[in-house]
Design a protein around this ligand. Sequence first.
Ligand SMILES: CSC[C@H]1O[C@@H](n2cnc3c(O)ncnc32)[C@H](O)[C@@H]1O
Ligand SMILES: [Zn+2]
Length: 432
Amino acid sequence: MSTLALTGGRVLRPDLTVDRADVLVDQETGEIGAIGPDLGDDADTVLDATDALVTPGFVNGHCHVAMTLLRGYADDKPLDAWLSEDIWPAEAELTPEAIEAGAELGLLEMVRAGITGFADMYFEMDRVADAVDRAGVRARLGHGVISVGKDHEDAREDAETGLEFARAFDGAADGRVRTAFMPHSLTTVSEAIYEEFVPKARDAGVPIHLHANETNDEVTPIVEEHGVRPLEYARELGLLEPGDFLAHGVHVDETEISLLAETGAGVIHCPASNMKLASGMAPVQALLDAGVTVGLGTDGAASNNDLSLLDEARDAAMIGKLAADDAAAVAAADVVEMATAGSAEAIGLPAGRLETGAPADLAVIDLSGPHLTPHHDLVSHLAYAAAASDVRHTVCDGRVLMRDRDVRTLDADRVRERAAAEAAALVERAES
Ligand SMILES: CSC[C@H]1O[C@@H](n2cnc3c(O)ncnc32)[C@H](O)[C@@H]1O
Ligand SMILES: [Zn+2]
């Protein structure tokens, strides 16, 4: 048995208490073998956690990782204009190579931010799955199905692609890759596609992930056309089963919150994207009060513009208080829970808890910076003060992905150069 020990630090327990302890990892099973004092003596590999906090790896519950290529390409517009005027025309010029390069860049950024698991909806997902395999993280992946702008046969073909990917790649990368059927949203995928493909996704045994209730502009036509709220319509389509999860959930009313709580479907809150696109303020405290599983996501780097769950946690706490008009709402412990166990539960990955027998998906946060001094409350620091650049080591499935800020699974210089070249070529194609 080969072992890894993280020594000399403090650990964040599942109940969000902190104590001084080492962590011993069985690298063959990829699980945490023990948490306690003096576990480093006989370990094969030792990671220094002195002056640091060992936390569960962060879980990014909603992303389009290859959109790193479009970071800074189009800003300061609302969702519909941003997508239709800038993003979708550029995405029409994407190649499989470009998507792989963008995915590697996003994965490099996420490993450096202590993110060990994520959910992703995009195109050419076999390339994204390969990049996930190389980077060493876990993921819930799906091909984004869209039917607007396509005739019914082309839309069916797109949905078949989504289903085939979900069937073929579930369990890839030694089980680190899981899949889902991922229709883009309730307004961009036709009722006929949902009617045909939701039962097929259920037969395939994969969950369903979609954008929902992101903007008022999306809610209004659904209410007008179907006479019910979007999540009631989703339920009529056979969506919102346990294991399903939706991104955003900004404009949800009380009936929809109850529906989420009753069905067990999860919500991935994306506060930075919601603020940047001025989509609105999600009622996160009301969702938590109702018992809905809530995780955190960055969305794509083009609407954020980074891939840091520590940033997202801070944003979630800030906007959650504004939305509830209550400084006690969406507290530090809530957002730390959402960035770890909440996201992991919502997207169905075995992660988010630092305890014996759990998968060894870990981030080690350096606490020595002036902005993290003094140490009154480390949960407060995770929520309000720590940054991605404070992550010292990242471990997933018992494997060291980053040591002392050196990412070992990806060649950082090569990844950056390749992505910059692909991004420049993409924009040239889109604008010529
Ligand atoms: C069909 S693949 C995913 C699709 O979603 C687009 N996208 C990126 N951010 C958002 C968002 O906040 N709401 C809706 N759609 C979004 C992305 O550009 C891809 O086209
Ligand atoms: Zn999205």
